[in-house]
Design a protein around this ligand. Structure first.
Ligand SMILES: Nc1ncnc2c1ncn2[C@@H]1O[C@H](COP(=O)(O)OP(=O)(O)O)[C@@H](O)[C@H]1O
Ligand SMILES: [Mg+2]
Length: 155
């Protein structure tokens, strides 16, 4: 449910952003198990830190590969290897909807199947571009550029 933010933080470094991502992931991992994937919208302008946050989440999850922006490929999928999280989630799905013009384009990458699998944790940048295919009660992390080294992060 999208109610008042649980956390409203200012990060002044990549380390702080990683720490916020780590805390956020703890809350997600402690949330009740659902029948389908956990889908999280990452909302904010270009350069506000959505991909950087996802990279920190991936590190915490024990993703072995380097996580790069999926802007051109739309979707990337990573195995979760950290045993602390792998009992619940098997894959991190990172989607960037920036280049999509309508929600139906998300179906081409097999989104419905990904979204149906409770072992997927799905982080989606530019969720507003494909809102029609996303759950109405989707949780969102909000990012904003404050200055060169500062970002606001709310969830
Ligand atoms: N405190 C901070 N937290 C996150 N990113 C930061 C911070 N300060 C500077 N940055 C920089 O901001 C940029 C964010 O880019 P990126 O994560 O790709 O944004 P987005 O995916 O929202 O377009 C990166 O170059 C990162 O190094
Ligand atoms: Mg990005």
């Amino acid at each position: 449910m999208n109610t008042a933010p649980h956390l409203s933080a200012r990060s002044t470094s990549l380390e702080q952003t990683s720490e916020i991502a780590r805390q956020w992931l703890e809350a997600i991992a402690a949330s009740p198990v659902s029948a389908s994937a956990i889908i999280i919208g990452l909302d904010g302008n270009l350069g506000s830190g959505k991909t950087t946050f996802t990279q920190a989440v991936a590190r915490e999850l024990g993703v072995a590969e380097q996580v790069t922006s999926p802007t051109y490929v739309i979707q990337k999928s990573y195995a979760i290897l950290n045993p602390r999280f792998s009992a619940r989630f098997s894959r991190l799905i990172h989607i960037d909807a920036y280049r999509l013009e309508e929600a139906s384009e998300l179906e081409v990458i097999g989104f419905r199947k990904l979204a149906a699998d409770p072992r997927n944790l799905i982080l989606i940048e530019w969720p507003e571009r494909v809102a029609a295919l996303l759950p109405a009660d989707m949780r969102t992390v909000h990012f904003a550029f404050v200055d060169e080294t500062t970002r606001s992060i709310e969830y």
